[in-house]
Design a protein around this ligand. Structure first.
Ligand code: OAD
Length: 250
C-alpha cells in the first residue's frame, strides 16, 4: 500500500519550529522488536503481572531477569529503521525539538537522536534496589542472573518502569512542557492506551498544535489527528523524507 502524503503536511513539517514526537513500540517493529499488543504482541504470550510489576520482581527476581535478559538478547543485534532515522534528522532541522519515547530499546539513540526523554526507562540500564544508583550494562547475556550491585551486593533491577510504578518526574514534566509548547506533534507507532503518555497528543492538540499520526491501524488518537498516515512507520518515513526533499535519507 502506497502511503499518500498530504501536501499540507509537507508544508507544516517544513514550517514547524517547535516539534514534539511521541513514539511507541510500533516505531521499532520494522527493526524486529516485538510490540506489546496486537497479534504477535508480547502481552499475548507473557503476563505483565508475572514479569513487569514490582510484586513480580519481589516474588521471583530470577524469572523477571531471565525475561529481560532474553529481551536484551533479542534487541542487541537490531538496527534502527528509516522511521528512527527520519526522527533523528527532523531533530537536526528544527530549532525546538523533543522526542518522547515509551520505548526502552535504545534504537532512537542508535539512530542519532539526542534531544529525547525516555518515559519508561531503558533496558540497557540497571538500578541498584538499595542505593538507587543507575548504571549502563550492555552485556548479553548477563553473566549472573539476577545481577547484583558491585558496590553493595544488593539486587539490581532493570531501569524500566513497571506496571503500578510512577514515571520519572523530570521526563514527564519535560514531555508535558513540549506537548504544551509545540506547533506540531507527531505520534508514531503507539496504541495510545497507556497513560500518561497517551494524554500528550491531546495536550498538544488542546494547546493548538497540529497532530500527525503514523500507524498502520486506527487508534484512540486517530480522531484527534490533523493528518493520519496509515502505514508502517518506516515506509511512511521514507515517503515523507522523499516528499520533504531529504533525498539522501531514510
Ligand atoms: P503497543 O504494542 O500497545 O502498540 C503498538 C502500536 O504500534 C499499535 O498501535 C500498532 O498498530 C502499531 N504498529 C505495529 N507495527 C507498526 C509499524 N510497523 N509502524 C508503525 N506502527 C506500528 O505499544 P505501545 O503503544 O508502545 O509499557 O505501548 C505502550 C506501553 O505499553 C509500552 O511502553 C509498555 C506497554 O505495556 C511498559 O512496559 C511500562
Amino acid at each position: 500500500m502506497v502511503v499518500e502524503i498530504p501536501k499540507g503536511l509537507v508544508k507544516a513539517l517544513n514550517d514547524a519550529r517547535r516539534v514534539a514526537v511521541l513514539t511507541g513500540a510500533g516505531v521499532s517493529a520494522e527493526s524486529g522488536v516485538p510490540t506489546f499488543r496486537g497479534e504477535e504482541g508480547l502481552w499475548r504470550k507473557y503476563s505483565p503481572q508475572e514479569l513487569a510489576t514490582p510484586q513480580a520482581f519481589a516474588r521471583d527476581p530470577k524469572l523477571v531477569w531471565e525475561w529481560y535478559d532474553w529481551r536484551r538478547g533479542l534487541i542487541a543485534p537490531l538496527e534502527p529503521n528509516p522511521a528512527h532515522r527520519f526522527i533523528a534528522l527532523l531533530e537536526r532541522r528544527v530549532p525546538q525539538f523533543l522526542l518522547i519515547t515509551q520505548n526502552i530499546d535504545g534504537l532512537h539513540q542508535k539512530a542519532g537522536s539526542k534531544r529525547l526523554v525516555e518515559l519508561h526507562g531503558n533496558i540497557w540500564k540497571v538500578r541498584c534496589t538499595r542505593e538507587g544508583t543507575v548504571k549502563e550494562d550492555r552485556r548479553v547475556p548477563l553473566p549472573e542472573i539476577p545481577p547484583r550491585c558491585e558496590s553493595c551486593g544488593a539486587l539490581l533491577r532493570p531501569h524500566v518502569v513497571w506496571f503500578g510504578e510512577s514515571l520519572p518526574v523530570d521526563a514527564l514534566e519535560e514531555a508535558m512542557e513540549a506537548a504544551e509548547n509545540c506547533d506540531l506533534f507527531l505520534v508514531v507507532g503507539t496504541s495510545g492506551v497507556v497513560y500518561p503518555a497517551a494524554a500528550l497528543p491531546q495536550v498538544a492538540r488542546s494547546h493548538g498544535a497540529l497532530v500527525v499520526e503514523s500507524n498502520p491501524e486506527e487508534t484512540p488518537l486517530t480522531s484527534l489527528a490533523t493528518w493520519s498516515l496509515q502505514g508502517k512507520a518506516g515506509e511512511v518515513a521514507q515517503r515523507l523524507a522523499r516528499e520533504m526533499g531529504w533525498k539522501d535519507e531514510g
